[in-house]
Design a protein around this ligand. Structure first.
Ligand SMILES: C[S@@+](CC[C@H](N)C(=O)[O-])C[C@H]1O[C@@H](n2cnc3c(N)ncnc32)[C@H](O)[C@@H]1O
Length: 618
């Protein structure tokens, strides 16, 4: 693990050859099967799957544009021979190579299997978005665009039969799938990454040493050093039990582990000769431009600890799972082997997990076995739709109709791409799971840790007469506990940005700790304290101090990025790799988001000053 992000090659990027059997359309010898995998399924926790006569699901996604130069060469050389046979792969396979150089025609396969694709739709190259479904003519609102019969989605399903086969309960594949931790990666890696400032006093500088003015005016070089130091700590093979005191890593890794479960099934079908899904699988991207496959340098280029932390955790999971799988499958009979006797590696596992996380949808399942009814599935053709926050189509499941449908939600013009909403996700998840970032993204935010020392410094720097985040009064402690920012099991992660702009719990805490009038604060309803718009619940001066403290947090957050926006802009103009481009775009969006937030709050503070003046004058 030591080599992970220390400049040596990322082991997940190592091209892997599976020389095992392939089904129709595959070459006789193996080709780089997992040359540069991805990540990204994501069920969207924010969008409930509605079980009703119409059941709307959400999607996920993938990136395929990042190619290994060698593979790109291989595929482009095969392109010309495909022109008349497979429109899907001929349009731009130089940039979006598929798993097999000669994949079967996906549309024809879906139709042959009883599926439907509207005659005015075609698969086309969407440029930087990869392939997509595009309207070849005008399509009215409410039109059925795609229908997939029940047997086409690729999903996990176990039979109880005693007959052999990977899909039976108790098979080695079943056992392997059940070894994917269902809970959190935390159980695997143990550490909860907080920075402990007492234990690591060096991290107090330059942010927390000296006068609070230093906090705000710390020279960029100094803060860069701090970030570099944190990154070094973060990237060490055995990270200490702290990590980010400013950007707070969250723990959403477990959610995408189910992608590994379905990924194992995908990998099984990929390795199996004559798989029913080969026409689908062979059309999947060969690789994914997602951070787990970035070089160590480009992971660092993300510059944002919570995401770097996630990348590290995911990679560790894959490396550990590789070891476990090898060990588990060592003595399995060849005919029972889920991958036809082939070794799985972290790279192949990463490819599979990424293919699922970037493309799978959670839909309503129809059997008891499906449990909650929220079942991840890979949906051939439907997963060709790219993402938009303002989609023109919807996935629909109808009662008494087992088909999975895509229906246009508005009138669609000729040449417009068919889009689905993958969910109201932050750019962290778009980057980690899908390999792209959205701009603008109203759901993007930065994760900070509620840290008393930092908040004291920030509020004093912004002119608060006194502040006592480090030593709150008993009544303040009571409210902070109610906000779950104090006490055992306190949840210290707070967000800046997103629809809420300032995390309600952070805002309430700021208002309470900076309150001038204890009685008003104690009597105020917690929900009122948490809400940004509307009246200043604890008076104009408390409100001003609270908002100014948030602005100071924004300044500090900005200073934690080693580069400035202007630097990033000029880096983007250079000749850089796709992964570096993505990393730089990601951090630029984060910075712009923080700047926009600070602007917005500055406007509010100005308004408050005017109100204060008016109040004094009258
Ligand atoms: C479900 S797949 C869609 C089909 C995919 N474009 C392909 O070539 O197979 C999701 C992937 O498409 C790309 N994608 C989808 N929506 C995008 C968007 N709005 N911007 C950039 N890339 C997008 C990303 O690579 C994402 O991981």
């Amino acid at each position: 693990m030591a080599e992970f992000w220390t400049g040596l090659p990322n082991p997940l990027r190592t091209p892997v050859r599976l020389d095992g059997p392939y089904s129709c359309g595959a070459p006789a010898v193996g080709y780089p099967l997992f040359s540069r995998p991805v990540f990204a399924f994501r069920s969207n926790p924010d969008i409930p799957v509605v079980v009703a006569s119409r059941l709307v699901a959400m999607a996920s996604a993938t990136s395929s544009k990042a190619l290994l130069a060698a593979t790109a060469g291989l595929l482009s050389s095969s392109t010309s021979s495909l022109v008349h046979r497979r429109p899907l792969t001929c349009s731009a396979s130089t940039y979006h190579p598929r798993l097999a150089p000669y994949p079967p025609d996906l549309v024809r396969w879906v139709r042959r299997e009883g599926g439907f694709l509207h005659p005015e739709l075609r698969i086309a190259d969407g440029g930087t978005d990869g392939f997509g479904l595009v309207a070849a003519g005008h399509i009215p609102k409410g039109t059925r665009l795609v229908a997939l019969p029940e047997h086409l989605p690729l999903r996990l399903r176990w039979s109880d039969g005693a007959i052999g086969g990977a899909d039976r309960s108790g098979s080695p594949l079943f056992e392997l799938v059940n070894r994917v931790p269902g809970n959190a990666l935390r159980s695997l890696f143990g550490a909860v990454f907080w920075i402990d400032l007492e234990e690591h006093p060096s991290l107090r500088t330059p942010l927390l040493s000296g006068s609070s003015k230093t906090v705000i005016n710390a020279p960029a070089a100094q803060s860069s050093d701090t970030v570099a130091h944190i990154l070094d700590l973060l990237l060490t093979p055995h990270p200490p039990t702290f990590l980010s005191f400013l950007f707070c890593p969250s723990h959403h890794v477990a959610e995408e582990l189910w992608a590994m479960r379905l990924g194992l099934k995908l990998l099984h079908e990929r390795a199996k000769s004559g798989s029913f899904w080969w026409p689908y699988i062979s059309n999947l991207p060969e690789g994914f431009n997602i951070p787990i496959f970035f070089s160590g340098e480009d992971v660092k280029n993300i510059q944002y600890a919570p995401v770097i932390h996630q990348v590290n955790k995911r990679c560790r999971f894959l490396l550990d799972f590789e070891k476990m799988a090898k060990c588990m499958l060592e003595d399995v009979d060849p005919e029972d082997h889920p991958f036809c006797g082939q070794d799985v590696t972290s790279s192949s596992l990463g490819w599979a997990m990424s293919a699922v996380s970037s493309r799978a949808f959670r839909l309503h399942g129809e059997t008891l076995q499906d449990g909650s009814g929220d079942v991840p599935m890979l949906l051939p053709l439907i997963d060709m739709c790219n993402h938009s926050f303002h989609p023109n189509a919807l996935i629909v499941q109808e009662e008494n109709n087992p088909d999975t449908l895509v229906v246009s939600e508005m009138s669609i013009e000729k040449d417009a791409p068919i889009t689905l909403n993958y969910g109201c996700l932050s750019n962290d998840l778009f980057l980690l799971d899908y390999g792209f970032v959205m701009s603008p993204n109203p759901y993007d935010h930065v994760e900070l840790k509620y840290d008393a020392i930092l908040l004291d410094a920030a509020s004093v720097a912004m002119g608060a007469a006194a502040s006592s985040f480090s030593s709150p009064n008993d009544w303040q402690k009571e409210i902070l506990s109610q906000l779950n920012l104090l006490g055992d099991g306190a949840l210290l992660k707070v967000n800046l940005g997103g629809l809420e702009l300032v995390d309600g719990r952070l805002l309430a805490a700021l208002r309470v700790v900076l309150a001038e009038n204890m009685e008003t604060a104690r009597q105020c309803d917690v929900n009122t304290l948490k809400s940004l718009p509307g009246e200043a619940p604890l008076g104009l001066s408390t409100e001003t101090a609270a908002l100014r403290t948030v602005i100071a947090l924004g300044v500090i957050a900005l200073q934690h990025f080693p580069t400035k926006l202007m630097d990033d802009e000029s880096i983007l103009k250079g000749n850089i790799s796709d992964s570096m481009k993505l990393a730089v775009q990601f951090r630029m969006h984060k910075k712009s988001m923080i700047i926009d937030l600070m602007r917005e709050l500055t406007r509010s503070v100005k308004m408050l000053s005017k109100e204060t003046l008016t109040a004094v004058q009258s």
